[in-house]
Design a protein around this ligand. Structure first.
Ligand code: XUL
Length: 545
């Protein structure tokens, strides 16, 4: 259940796709008049819960039109937009139990919600509430230490506090609070179901290491909230129960079908790939995201740590605002003034320099060139929009090169030719990732085991090669086209749950995943030790703050 669509993917026991279907909220259920699945009013962004119920009915109808599929369905799981919450009132429990007598989900549950809306992850309206969460435990770092993240507007705890403060009647009528994921589990199982452990880490309420609701944070809202939240399921392979009779009667789903606990979309995405501990997925889109499977719980206010959705270990998530746009600006700066090239050939010049340019832009005078290319304000580090260039001298001192040119390219004679931005932007983007991954890696050399590049930028092999040279994975870099990653991950989770009694996730995914789907990224000759530059890169970043 994403922000804009609900997708259903059915795989067989070997993870081969059998069929899939989807419902696009704006297009397929236009009566709600959502724009990209939400209603936005200033900083407040919400989605109508009833629309999701209609979407689930419509998706099931579409899937039931494929012969011979639903009657063989063994397990259903899900991956849902994170942080959103659904507020059930006292009618919900009975209404869910009686689902099989209903004509449709929407009319069956219309009187079961204390608030008909669900706060969306794009909401920005909880600044005041966020400070209360951080103050309650002593600051950003302390909150990250406990919950895996500093306070965020979109996180469920601050959103619940806002509802309690601004709409106390609705809060008082709330008997149970679900995340979008546990809401879906509950509908499918026909009973209020527990929040899943990985998604619980997107709330600023859950103590990730102690695996309990954190009393000091519960207290920020009020002790009554713990009862409304209920328990958290920590075993990712477990079942909430059997599928509700509603789906058996109405859509012909097998009566043996079981419901595995649904998780969040990012935890779902990490299950889309065969990632083992110390493997990293780097998504090179408009923004940049890196996901890592880790055994080291090393939180930071700059990124997120969740429990791994299998329930064992953790996953780190680095989200950057800048990515493709910054690279495109450098690419365009190389073209003669006033010209433009579109399509893949636009990258030819950039790629040639990327591959042939000296690592770290080193030459006989300069040890390294580092840069900050942020056309948009950045999250990691938390700074405003800026473009800065620094040279590292042989004694490791840093000197900022003032180019007078804010965005891309410079004509500052010998010290920085605009071509040098090419290697610099790719290496600096990768160094920032490497800096943050290092504490989470348990390999001897603090480098990842494998890297999987996905997203638009991964189609450009030169970009992958230069970034991979910096990240220095011990067991190779790969790239692949990954569409509907979180839905695929949820399907994998369901298939694993069916055998989780006897097979660990790691063994399962390793034996089922077909490495022929991925393309190996040829490694460039390794000619420098990027590990040595990381502390200098950190020093450079500290000058931005
Ligand atoms: C993650 C986040 C988004 C949503 C999108 O913290 O807010 O990725 O989960 O669905």
């Amino acid at each position: 259940m994403s922000t804009q669509q609900l997708k259903g993917v059915i795989v067989d026991a070997n993870l081969m796709t059998v069929t899939s279907s989807k419902v696009e909220f704006d297009v397929d259920i236009p009566s709600y008049k959502t724009v990209k699945g939400v209603y936005a009013k200033g900083k407040e962004i919400v989605a109508p819960v009833a629309m999701w119920l209609e979407a689930l009915d419509l998706l099931m109808k579409r899937l039931s039109q494929v012969p011979g599929v639903l009657e063989r369905l063994a397990v259903v799981s899900g991956a849902c937009q994170q942080h959103g919450s659904v507020f059930f009132n006292a009618n919900a429990e009975q209404a869910l139990k009686n689902l099989d007598q209903a004509d449709d989900l929407c009319s069956a549950l219309k009187d079961s919600l204390s608030w008909e809306m669900s706060p969306n992850w794009q909401d920005h309206s909880t600044g005041l509430e966020c400070s209360k969460f951080e103050d309650a435990v002593g600051g950003k770092q302390q909150l990250a230490d406990i919950t895996g993240s500093r306070a965020h507007y979109r996180f469920t705890g601050p959103q619940i506090l806002k509802l309690k403060t601004q709409q106390p009647d609705k809060y008082a009528q709330t008997k149970h609070i679900s995340l979008v994921s546990s809401f879906l589990t509950s509908i499918l199982a026909g009973k209020i179901s527990a929040i899943e452990v990985s998604d619980a880490c997107g709330m600023n309420l859950w103590n990730v290491e102690s695996r309990c609701w954190e009393p000091r944070l519960i207290q920020v809202i009020g002790t009554e909230v713990e009862g409304k939240l209920g328990p958290v399921e920590t075993n990712g392979g477990d079942f909430a129960g059997s599928i509700s009779n509603y789906f058996i009667k109405k859509y012909g789903v097998s009566d043996k079908c079981k419901i595995n606990f649904c998780t969040g979309d990012n935890p779902g995405t990490i299950l889309a790939l065969p990632l083992q501990t110390n493997d990293v997925m780097v998504s090179l889109g408009t923004s940049t995201t890196a996901l890592i499977v880790t055994e080291n719980y090393r939180p930071s206010p700059l990124y997120h740590l969740f429990s791994h959705p299998t329930g064992k270990g953790y996953m780190g998530m680095l989200c950057y605002c800048n990515g493709a746009l910054a690279r495109e600006k450098i690419r365009d700066s190389l073209l003669p003034l006033g010209t433009s090239i579109t399509g893949d050939t636009a990258w030819d010049g950039f790629n040639k320099i990327a591959i042939s340019g000296a690592p770290l832009g080193a030459d006989d005078k300069v040890k390294a060139r580092l840069g900050v290319y942020f056309p948009l304000g950045e999250i990691i580090p938390d700074v405003g929009s800026q473009t800065r260039r620094f040279v590292v001298w042989p004694d490791d001192s840093l000197e900022e090169i003032k180019t007078g040119d804010s965005d891309a390219g410079t004509t500052n004679g010998d010290l920085w030719r605009k071509e040098q931005d090419v290697v610099c932007i790719l290496e600096s983007q990768a160094l920032s990732i490497r800096e943050r991954l290092e504490p989470m890696l348990t390999t001897a050399n603090k480098c990842p085991s494998r890297i999987f590049f996905v997203g638009g930028g991964s189609k450009n092999i030169a970009i992958c090669q230069v970034m991979s040279r910096v990240l220095s994975p011990a067991n190779g870099s790969y790239r692949l086209e990954l569409s509907d990653a979180c839905a695929m991950g949820a399907a994998h989770k369901a298939a694993w749950a069916d055998v989780a009694d006897t097979t660990s996730w790691e063994t399962f995914i390793d034996s089922k995943w077909n490495m022929e789907n991925v393309q190996e990224v040829p490694q460039l000759a390794k000619v420098c030790d990027y590990g040595e530059i990381v502390p200098i890169f950190e020093k450079m970043e500290s000058q931005l703050l």
